[in-house]
Design a protein around this ligand. Structure first.
Ligand SMILES: NC(=O)c1ccc[n+]([C@@H]2O[C@H](COP(=O)([O-])OP(=O)(O)OC[C@H]3O[C@@H](n4cnc5c(N)ncnc54)[C@H](OP(=O)(O)O)[C@@H]3O)[C@@H](O)[C@H]2O)c1
Length: 290
């Protein structure tokens, strides 16, 4: 099976390349040569490589910047997704697309199921939701797979774990938001699940995160504990729980964004890794890189 990957330089794109199964041919052009806003480039890449599957790991992911950069957010997260899905239709490829917990408003108090109503709070979430709708409007459900995920981190790129490690080295104490609840997700685990779903030709809309529940505060405390134990940090600093209202950001975020993984667990035959164990794996891998 041949897969054409967009967003090869991102967290997920990098982990997909690091975990590619032996029976898959992965074509992952550098982003500079494969801009998904360029319909001609998409067309040329598909004609050249003749993939069975197009996997879209590219996205505009700057949540706060999107509030003032809506045009680019929609260009990448909606219009380009529309173009990719149209190309998948034209060349009879399957299309795998990644979306986000930010399509929900976070007002629910039980995990969001894939068919729960979407009500994004900010531009990023709204643009990603528009991208989902574009996929669903263009391709029959059997030809596409949308996987929503949340709180993604990896050894590549910028993310909460790497920001916390930097701040924990620079500062004497830290306040971290304790009233937003979700599940941290190691991009490597997401990549592995996507390879399984591709093999099984799973379609529709599914949710995947690592297992368990945390606030950003819980996540920060765990990052520090594990990083000190691994020698990535040489001291622990006090970490205080703070309220979202004490840490204003341009974009509103869902307070509660647990994703219900029942359908995905059934598709892959069980639960995945607990976020705490995944965090330890990521930090061990990070240690191997420094
Ligand atoms: N990160 C999270 O916490 C999170 C949470 C939920 C869902 N997701 C979703 O998961 C998917 C993967 O996210 P990620 O964490 O891997 O994000 P990421 O690290 O920001 O990767 C996205 C990649 O897409 C690239 N890109 C942006 N515009 C492009 C364009 N026009 N053409 C080609 N590539 C372009 C980015 O390049 P530049 O860096 O050069 O812009 C970046 O390398 C996305 O769909 C995202 O919405 C992420």
């Amino acid at each position: 099976m041949k897969i054409l990957l967009t967003g090869s330089g991102g967290q997920l794109g990098s982990e997909l390349q690091a975990t590619v199964p032996h029976d898959i041919t992965l074509v992952a052009p550098p982003e500079a040569e494969f801009d998904i806003t360029d319909a001609t480039a998409i067309d040329a890449a598909i004609r050249q490589h003749k993939p069975d599957v197009i996997m879209n790991a590219a996205a505009y992911t700057a949540v706060d910047k999107a509030e003032t950069d809506a045009e680019i957010a929609y260009l990448v997260n909606e219009k380009s997704v529309h173009q990719l899905a149209s190309a998948a239709q034209q060349y009879s490829c399957r299309f795998i697309h990644i979306s986000t917990d930010f399509v929900f408003d976070g007002l629910q108090n039980k995990a969001y199921a894939p068919d729960d109503a979407c009500a994004p709070l900010g531009v990023y979430g709204a643009s990603k939701h528009a991208g989902e709708l574009a996929v669903q409007a263009i391709l029959p459900p059997s030809q596409s797979l949308i996987v929503r995920t949340a709180w993604v981190y990896s050894t590549h790129g910028n993310n909460f774990v790497k920001t916390m490690l930097r701040l924990m080295r620079e500062k004497d104490q830290l306040g971290v938001v304790a009233d937003q609840i979700g599940t941290p997700t190691y991009a490597r685990n997401l990549a592995r699940v996507l390879w399984r779903l591709i093999h099984q030709q799973t379609s529709g809309t599914l949710h995947f995160t690592d297992e368990g529940v945390a606030s950003w505060y819980d996540f920060a405390v765990a990052i520090q504990d594990e990083a000190v134990a691994l020698g990535l940090l040489n001291k622990a600093i006090p970490i205080k729980p703070v309220a979202t209202s004490d840490y204003p950001t341009p974009a509103r975020r869902p307070n509660f964004s647990l994703l219900d993984k029942t359908t995905l667990r059934a598709a892959v035959g069980g639960a995945g890794q607990h976020w705490r164990h995944a965090l330890k794996d990521m930090l061990e891998n990070l240690k191997g890189l420094v």
